[in-house]
Unconditional design. Sequence first.
Length: 186
Amino acid sequence: MTDVSPCDDAVQHAIRVIENAVGDPRRGLPLEVFLLFTRLLPLFTVDVWLQDEQERVLLTWREDEWFGRGWHVPGGALRLRETVAERLRTCAREELGAEIACEESPFALLEEIQPEGTDRTHNVAAAFRCRLLTGPDPARGWDPQQGPPRPGQWAWHRRCPDDLLPVHRVYERFFPRGGAGAEQST
């Protein structure tokens, strides 16, 4: 660490106020506090890379103000005192309605820095190869005949989709080449 002078009273007071407002950080942070930390530090996330025997990749659709609209690799930010394995399983349950098992070590460590913006602009992701123990929730599967995907829907992809979120373009090299793109969620 760089040599820094002691915090002044105003900073110490602000820290106490934030700590009191947060409560137990293992349950996640209030959005405003989370965004504050993403303006100060890189965000460490873990991602669930699911590929079936046909080499298709399972993605979910996301729409939000930070990353926009598109397909993404399921995953999330590690919480305080939460193990990587716990976060991976929680993400699979929340985003896919599925149970998974993952390799112990990541197959890739990926970094993405956005030159513009203030919130969530520096992400470091550990990507883990996982396998489904239970199928994803069929009710959340995307059916192309029902219109464009909606937030939270999943689909298998034979190749990297054109509308993969820019923040997840770092995964492009891991997708199989060729193929027909997204498929119905069967």
